[in-house]
Design a binder for this molecule. Structure first.
Ligand code: PBG
Length: 327
């Protein structure tokens, strides 16, 4: 009879000993809650494909963000749905645009909440692309100018961090320069550096009403097959002045996350996107998965793979659970 000398099971015998040797820990400080803001008052419209997530008017958004802050969640990420869309995404950089209003309201009412704004045009353009379209193609430089204006308008409203998600070349540099010219040299940029052209964004496009009206985003977002390219994207964004970088989606890209953390050692965020969330919700509703365990396994795996920050529609549930566990 073979008796193994080394027995990993010794350290798995009880929950207490497992807790002692556990390597990765999800902390509430790592969580960022994405929120969707719309015009109006008293609006709280559930997003069909993202249960427990809502399109919120500014008054309702403040309530939601207060609850998140009370749970210990340090930051929210804002997406806006404009009153009207046009070819150049005017409301994205309007002084009284929906996100600008939301930022002011949050900064006025919740002192220690970090407010991050998504900087992109796709929710604001009639064609649903992330930039200016000419001859059927998204034009890089004309878009940079509008992204920079958008970021500055968010900073003027009081945003703590701006997060460009458009994937134009040079956008971090353009935004950094514009922020400095406007006197905001201390505003951090969280760059969506390795953002893939992913089918997992499906539910989000319903939530933010941002589906492209023709074609797809493959000419600006990354090819899911590429990882070396993600390293180059991150290197460029850091050179251009990004303070934190992001991998998105998270779950199908844990290898990319790992490589980026190992290579650069800067704060790395991972976006557990709408489709990843919706898959778990749907399976849980069918009784095919234990929702709470699946949620924690996914979020912990993202941290284990190297994420310092996790953007997740589960932020509230995870924060509540961590609190109940006394962590
Ligand atoms: C674009 C943007 C998208 C998401 C965040 N910012 C969608 C897209 O690129 O089409 C997706 C987030 C999610 O799926 O949860 N501004």
């Amino acid at each position: 009879m073979y008796h193994p000398l080394f027995r990993p099971r010794r350290l798995r015998a009880t929950e207490t000993i497992r807790r002692m040797v556990r390597e990765a820990h999800l902390r509430v400080d790592a969580l960022i809650l994405p929120l969707f803001v719309v015009h109006g008052r008293g609006v709280r419209r559930e997003i069909a494909s993202m249960p427990d997530n809502f399109q919120l008017s500014v008054d309702e958004l403040v309530k939601e963000a207060k609850e998140a802050a009370a749970l210990g969640i340090p930051a929210v990420l804002l997406f806006g749905l404009p009153a009207t869309k046009d070819g150049v995404g005017s409301e994205a950089y309007a002084r009284d645009g929906i996100v600008q209003q939301a930022v002011r309201a949050l900064k006025d009412s919740i002192s220690d909440l970090v407010v991050i704004t998504d900087v992109c045009l796709c929710e604001y353009t009639s064609h649903g692309h992330c930039g200016i379209v000419d001859r059927g193609r998204v034009q890089n430089e004309p878009t940079l100018e509008l992204l920079a204006r958008t970021a500055v308008s968010h900073a003027e409203a009081g945003a703590d961090v701006v997060a460009p998600s458009d994937m134009m070349d040079g956008r971090v540099g353009a935004i950094r320069e514009a922020l400095e010219e406007a006197g905001y040299d201390e505003k951090p940029i969280l760059a969506y550096s390795a953002k893939y052209a992913s089918a997992f964004y499906g539910p989000f496009r319903e939530a933010a009403d941002s589906a492209p009206q023709f074609g797809d985003r493959c000419a600006y977002q990354m090819d899911p097959a590429n990882a070396d390219e993600a390293i180059r994207e991150v290197a460029l964004d850091l050179e251009e002045g990004a303070d934190m970088v992001m991998v998105k989606p998270a779950l199908a890209y844990l290898d990319v996350l790992w490589r980026i953390k190992a290579e650069f050692g800067v704060p790395v965020a991972a976006y557990n996107v709408s489709g990843e969330f919706a898959m778990v919700k749907a399976a849980a509703r069918l009784g095919w998965l234990d929702e709470e365990r699946t949620m924690m396994e996914i979020l912990t795996s993202i941290v284990r793979a190297g994420a310092d920050l996790v953007l997740t529609y589960y932020a509230r549930d995870a924060a509540r659970l961590l609190r109940a566990q006394g962590r």
